[in-house]
Each structure stands twice: as structure tokens, then as C-alpha cells.
Design a protein around this ligand. Structure first.
Ligand SMILES: [Zn+2]
Ligand SMILES: [Zn+2]
Length: 263
């Protein structure tokens, strides 16, 4: 009872002192638990359904809009066998598996953008991350969690690393050690210019990362955590650096994933 009463007071204060409009639809956000997005937008099926009701590529986690023709299966079987699906485009990528809470858009996009300005994960987002990790626990099983690092100047300017905020939450929840000192971004990245394509971006981050203490990751599996999986160039560069430094493999978890592929 006391807990509920406090929640009401806190939500009341939130509305009084910081009237917050949903950053997706402009309705009022009624609960602190929802962060900067209203409850209705959090349950918008377009955010999560693509990721949970369709078969995913077993490796990169992209939702396959329909099962490959050779494996046209009933929905139920498709779900059971989604382990075997393959988007056909990710074989070369240097990580083992990547998963995300949902597609980049709506509530996840607004919350990920807000996380760049404040080191705070609202309850909805913490739950979505925990659920995504739990549902993919075997696929993502790792010995240590490493957030995609910011360059130290960038981190100083921002005051925190948003990927580390996510990594900390997963680490605490699932008791996996967190390491924020081994993978470093040695080159400050230019702010991504609009119009930069995948190849440009890959070139700009390709050698931006360094493993400072390879001994700490040698022979182990790393869960690499970031806020958004866009073109995959940053994730690829980090995974490559970790594998070259001796990691047995890299798994990837992000809040949201931009979806370009359909087939
Ligand atoms: Zn809304
Ligand atoms: Zn794939």
C-alpha cells in the first residue's frame, strides 16, 4: 500500500514539476515508469511484434518478413525452427549472435534518444531489456559484458556512456561481470554526417577501437552492448577488435535495431 501511495505521489510530482508529453504521440505521460513515452505507445505492436512473432535470422537477429521459400512452414513450426533461419547477408560479420528489444522506431527510438541526454533507463525499458536477454539467454550466453565505448573526450562532454548504462542494468540483473575498461575507442568519431553510407561509416569506425587488456577477455565470450544497432559498422568494428584480441566469441544486445532487410 505504502509503495503504491508513493508511486502516486512521485508520478504526481513528475506531472506537476515536469509535465512530460509523449515524444511519439504528444499525449501526456502518466507514469514515471514509462519514461518519455506514453503507455499506449509502449504497447504499439509495430515495435515488438516484428521481433517476436516472425522468424529471426539466427545470427544477426533481423526479423525475416517471411520465411525463406525453401522453408515455408506453418507459423508454429516456423517459431520452433527459427534457430535455423538465415538472412543470407550476415555470414561475414565477426560476431556470433545479435538480438534487440525491437525495431528502431516509436517508443524504443524516443527512449534511446532520451538516453543520450540522461543516464536513466525507465522501468519499461529495463523490463524490455531483461525480457529480451532472458528469452535469448542461451544464444547470448557470455562471460563478461562490455559496452560499446565512447571516446574519452566525447564521454567527458556527455558525462556518461549510454551503452554503459544499459550494460550495467543487464550486468546487475543477470549477475554477469561488467568490464568498462578493456575495450577503448581510440579515435574520436566525426559526428555521422547525413548521407554517409554503410561503406563510409565502416571506414570511419574500422580502426577506432582497441583492446587495452586482452588478457581479461582471452578465451571468453563477450556480450557487447549498445543502444542502437543501425548499419552495424560500430558493432562490427568492436567485435572484430575483441575477436582479434583473443575473445572466443562476441554476442550483441541493443535496445533497438534499424531494419533494412526484408525478404
Ligand atoms: Zn504516446
Ligand atoms: Zn542475418
Amino acid at each position: 500500500m505504502v509503495g503504491r501511495a508513493l508511486t502516486k505521489v512521485r508520478d504526481g510530482l513528475l506531472l506537476l514539476s515536469y509535465p512530460e508529453q509523449c515524444r511519439v504521440c504528444d499525449a501526456m505521460v502518466e507514469s514515471w515508469d514509462d519514461g518519455v513515452v506514453c503507455a499506449r505507445c509502449w504497447t504499439d505492436p509495430s515495435i515488438t511484434e516484428t521481433f517476436f512473432s516472425k522468424p529471426l535470422c539466427a545470427k544477426c537477429g533481423v526479423p525475416l518478413l517471411r520465411a525463406p521459400a525453401s522453408r515455408a512452414l506453418s507459423d508454429e513450426r516456423a517459431e520452433q525452427e527459427s534457430e535455423g533461419f538465415d538472412c543470407g547477408l550476415c555470414a561475414e560479420l565477426p560476431y556470433m549472435h545479435a538480438r534487440a528489444c525491437g525495431a528502431y522506431g516509436g517508443a524504443l527510438e524516443a527512449s534511446a534518444l532520451f538516453l543520450k541526454s540522461r543516464p536513466y533507463l525507465c522501468r519499461r525499458l529495463r523490463v524490455a531489456l531483461a525480457q529480451t536477454f532472458s528469452e535469448n539467454r542461451e544464444t547470448l550466453a557470455s562471460d563478461v559484458i562490455i559496452p560499446v565505448p565512447l571516446h574519452r573526450l566525447r564521454q567527458k562532454e556527455r558525462g556518461f556512456n549510454q551503452a554503459a548504462v544499459i550494460a550495467k542494468a543487464i550486468s546487475r540483473n543477470f549477475k554477469i561481470p561488467l568490464d568498462t575498461g578493456t575495450l577503448l575507442r581510440t579515435k574520436p568519431t566525426e559526428r555521422h554526417r547525413a548521407g554517409m553510407d554503410r561503406i563510409d561509416r565502416t571506414r570511419s569506425v574500422g580502426d577506432a577501437f582497441e583492446v587495452a587488456r586482452p588478457r581479461l577477455i582471452a578465451g571468453g565470450r563477450v556480450l557487447l552492448v549498445d543502444d542502437i544497432y543501425t548499419t552495424g559498422s560500430t558493432i562490427t568494428a568492436c567485435s572484430k577488435a575483441l575477436v582479434e584480441a583473443g575473445a572466443e566469441g562476441v554476442n550483441v544486445l541493443t535496445i533497438a535495431r534499424a531494419v533494412y532487410i526484408s525478404r
